[in-house]
Design a protein around this ligand. Structure first.
Ligand code: ME8
Length: 638
C-alpha cells in the first residue's frame, strides 16, 4: 500500500491581508508536500482560515461590515495568493463551513461526556490579537508575553477544559517521542512549560457572538483556539468520513510558527487525548521572518506583500528565497537585497549558467545531441545529493535540502572549468562525450530534485535538455543514467535572467562608454551625398568574424563583459562589450561574433578594448550578430 503523508499549515486569521511571513510557512509546507508526492506517496496537504473570534468581530465592526462579509473578501484574496505562489493544497478549510461547525459542537459534547468540561468563572487577562488567556503572573510589564500588546481584564462565566488532568500523560508522550516537538529547543521550552503545572483552560466566551455556540449552552461561544485546532481533524474527515479519517489522521506534520507551538503541543494533544484520538506525529515550530529586528506581523503593520515580490521577481525566485535563505527553524531578517542576491548568484549564475553553458557546448561540439558516455565523474556526487535531499527533508531541514541541490550545481560548474570541454573538443579527446553527458545528466537530476521547491525551472531545464515537460518525473527518475544518449537539446532563453538594480545609461552595447569613434579622413573620391557613405568609406571598416574564447564580467560594471576573441591572429583580442544584461558570460564561450576590428582602442572601466562587436537591439532584447554557419576566425565581412 502506498505510504500516506498528511501535512498542515496553521489556519490563518482573515483579519487582514497575509504577508510573506504567512507565505513562508505555506511555501515550506508546500515544498514538503510536493516532495512526498515526488516519492509517490498519497499526500494530504491542508491549509485554511481561522474565521471566528473577537478579533475578527471587532475588525469587521470597525469597517461597518458583518463578520462573514468581511472574511469572505479576505479569504478569497488568500486563496488567490496561494494560487499565485503555486501552493498545491488538497483542501482549504474555513472554520465557518458547516462541516466544521458540526465537528466542533460534537467535540464539546464528547469533552463533556468524558467529564473534562465544567462551568465556572474566568477571571484574568485576555490578549485579543493573540486570542490568548493569561494569568497575571505570566504578563510581561502588564502586557501580552507573546506579542507585547495590551491585554484586557475579563471576568465572565466560562466553561473550562480539564487541561490539568493531561499534564502527566503529555509529559510522558513528549519524553517517549523525541520527534514530537521540533526543533529540540521548542521541545525543551514545552517540557519546562508543562512542568510548571497546567491550569484548566477557559474554552468558552460569553462577551461576543461571532463563533460556534456550545451545544450544551448556546449562550457560550467556543473559544476560538479550540475551534481552530479542531480544523485539523475536520479536514481529515472526522465524524463524517471514517475511511478518509483513518487514512489521513494522525497528521504527520503540523507546521507552525514558533509563537503558536504552545497551542499545538500542549492544548491540542490534550484535547485529542480527551477525545481518545491519536496525536499528530510532529509539531514543528519554525522561526520568524523579521523586518529589521522585529517580527513581521499584521498587527504591527511592518509587512511585505508577497504578490508584489512575485510580480517583480517571479514566483520561483520568491519561493527559492523563502525556502533557502533562512536556516529552517531559526529567525531571519527579510531584505529585498538578499532576495536579489540569491536570485542572481544561485539561480541566474549557478543554475542558469550551467544550463546555458551545457546546452551551448552540446550544440557546438556534438551537433546538439547528448552523447553516450563511457564513464561518469559526477555520478557519485549526484547520487549523494539525492540521498541528502531525502534525508534532510525527512528531518524537515528545508533550507539544507535546497542547499544540497545547489552544491551539485556548483560542482558541475567547477567540473566545466576543470575539464575545459572546448579543449577536449579541439584536441579530439573522446572524454568530451563523458563530460557533456555528466553535465546534462546532473542538470536533469537537479531538475527532478528541484520539483518540490521551484515550479517553472524544472520544466524549463527538462525542455532545454530535449526531454519535454518535467511534470511526470518522480524521485525514481533522479537515478543516474535516466538520460538517454542521443537526446537532442533545445537551447532556450536563460531560465533566470539576472536582476539588474542599477543601470549605467552610458554603457550601451553599440557604443561602450569611453570608446572614441575612429577618426575618419574626408573622402577623396566621389563626395558622398548627405546621409550616405561611399563604398570606400565602408571599406575602411575592418569587419571580421571572431570566436569568443572566454567571457567574464567587468568588475563594478553590471552591463559590461570582457571578451577574449580569437580573430585568427594568434593572440586573442580583448574586447569590452555592453551585453552583460543579455548574456551569461559562460554561455558565450564558443560563440561566433562580428567584430569592428580596426576601431581605435579605448579604455573602458580600466580595461583596454580592441574593437567592438555588432549587435541588434530592440526595446526589450539584444542579439549579437553571428554568421549563419561557423566561419574560420578572422574571415573578413564584405
Ligand atoms: O496564529 N515569520 O493565525 P495568524 C514567519 N489563526 N511566519 C509567520 C510570520 C513571520 N513574521 N508571521 C506569521 C494564527 N507567520 C491562528 C492559527 S492554527 C490552528 C490557528 C505564520 O494569521 C506562522 O506560521 O496569526 C504563524 O504561526 C502564522 O503565520 C500565524 O498566522
Amino acid at each position: 500500500m502506498t505510504e500516506r503523508f498528511t501535512i498542515t499549515t496553521p489556519i490563518y486569521y482573515p483579519n487582514d491581508r497575509l504577508h510573506i511571513g504567512h507565505a513562508y510557512t505555506t511555501v515550506a509546507a508546500d515544498a514538503i508536500a510536493r516532495f512526498h508526492r515526488l516519492r509517490g506517496e498519497d499526500v494530504f496537504f491542508v491549509t485554511g482560515t481561522d474565521e471566528h473570534g473577537q478579533k475578527i468581530e471587532d475588525r469587521a465592526g470597525k469597517v461597518g461590515k458583518t463578520p462573514i462579509a468581511y472574511v469572505d473578501e479576505i479569504v478569497s484574496d488568500i486563496r488567490d495568493l496561494w494560487q499565485t505562489l503555486g501552493i498545491s493544497n488538497d483542501d482549504f478549510i474555513r472554520t465557518t463551513e458547516p462541516r466544521h461547525e458540526r465537528v466542533v459542537q460534537e467535540v464539546f459534547r464528547r469533552l463533556e461526556a468524558k467529564g473534562d468540561l465544567y462551568l465556572s468563572q474566568y477571571e484574568g487577562w485576555y490578549c485579543t490579537p493573540c486570542e490568548s488567556f493569561w494569568v497575571e503572573g505570566k504578563l510581561v510589564d502588564g502586557n501580552c508575553p507573546t506579542c507585547g500588546g495590551p491585554v484586557a481584564r475579563l471576568n465572565e462565566e466560562s466553561y473550562f477544559f480539564r487541561l490539568s488532568r493531561y499534564a502527566e500523560p503529555l509529559l510522558q508522550h513528549i519524553e517517549s517521542n523525541p520527534e514530537f516537538i521540533q526543533p529540540v529547543s521548542r521541545r525543551n521550552e514545552m517540557i519546562q512549560f508543562i512542568r510548571q503545572g497546567l491550569e484548566d483552560l477557559s474554552v468558552s466566551r460569553t462577551s461576543f457572538r461571532w463563533g460556534i455556540p456550545l451545544p450544551q449552552d448556546p449562550r457560550h461561544i467556543a473559544y476560538v483556539w479550540v475551534d481552530a485546532l479542531t480544523n485539523y481533524i475536520t479536514a481529515c474527515g472526522y465524524l463524517q468520513d471514517p475511511e478518509r479519517f483513518n487514512r489521513y489522521w494522525p497528521a504527520d506534520v503540523h507546521l507552525v510558527g514558533k509563537e503558536i507551538v504552545r497551542f499545538h503541543a500542549v492544548i491540542w494533544p490534550a484535547l485529542l487525548l480527551s477525545l481518545d484520538l491519536p496525536l499528530p506525529k510532529v509539531v514543528y515550530g519554525h522561526g520568524w521572518l523579521l523586518l529589521g529586528e522585529q517580527k513581521m506581523s499584521k498587527s504591527k503593520g511592518n509587512v511585505i506583500d508577497p504578490r508584489q515580490l512575485v510580480r517583480r521577481y517571479g514566483r520561483d525566485a520568491v519561493r527559492y528565497y523563502l525556502l533557502r535563505e533562512v536556516p529552517f527553524g531559526a529567525d531571519g531578517s527579510y531584505t529585498e537585497d538578499a532576495l536579489i542576491l540569491r536570485t542572481n548568484v544561485d539561480l541566474a549564475n549557478d543554475l542558469g549558467n550551467l544550463l546555458s553553458r551545457t546546452t551551448a557546448m552540446i550544440e557546438r561540439f556534438t551537433g546538439g545531441v547528448i552523447p553516450g558516455p563511457a564513464s561518469s565523474s559526477l555520478r557519485g556526487q549526484a547520487e549523494e545529493t539525492v540521498r541528502r535531499v531525502e534525508e534532510r527533508l525527512e528531518r524537515l531541514q528545508v533550507s539544507d535540502a535546497v542547499a544540497a541541490i545547489f552544491e551539485l550545481v556548483k560542482r558541475a560548474n567547477k567540473f566545466i572549468e576543470e575539464e575545459a570541454p572546448w579543449q577536449l573538443h579541439r584536441s579530439g579527446d573522446p572524454r568530451l562525450a563523458d563530460v557533456l553527458y555528466d553535465l546534462a545528466e546532473s542538470l536533469r537530476i537537479t531538475a527532478v530534485l528541484l520539483k518540490p521547491f521551484l515550479l517553472e525551472a524544472p520544466n524549463a531545464i527538462y525542455r532545454q535538455l530535449g526531454l519535454g515537460d518535467a511534470a511526470g518525473a518522480t524521485l525514481a527518475d533522479a537515478a543516474w543514467g535516466g538520460l538517454a544518449a542521443g537526446t537532442k537539446v533545445e537551447r532556450g532563453e536563460p531560465i533566470f535572467p539576472r536582476i539588474e538594480t542599477e543601470r549605467a545609461a552610458e554603457e550601451t552595447p553599440a557604443a561602450p562608454a569611453g570608446s572614441a569613434p575612429a577618426k575618419t579622413e574626408a573622402p577623396q573620391a566621389a563626395p558622398a551625398e548627405a546621409g550616405t557613405i561611399t563604398i570606400d568609406e565602408f571599406q575602411r571598416l575592418d569587419l571580421r568574424v571572431g570566436t569568443i574564447l572566454e567571457a567574464s564580467r567587468v568588475k563594478g560594471a553590471d552591463r559590461l563583459l570582457e571578451l577574449k576573441v580569437d580573430l585568427g591572429e594568434g593572440e586573442p583580442r580583448t574586447v569590452v562589450s555592453g551585453i552583460a544584461e543579455y548574456y551569461e558570460p559562460q554561455a558565450l564561450e564558443g560563440t561566433q561574433i562580428v567584430l569592428v576590428a580596426n576601431l581605435q582602442p579605448a579604455k573602458i572601466r580600466g580595461v583596454v578594448s580592441h574593437g567592438m562587436i555588432l549587435a541588434g537591439k530592440t526595446a526589450d532584447t539584444l542579439q549579437i550578430v553571428s554568421p549563419r554557419e561557423p566561419l574560420p576566425a578572422g574571415t573578413k565581412i564584405k
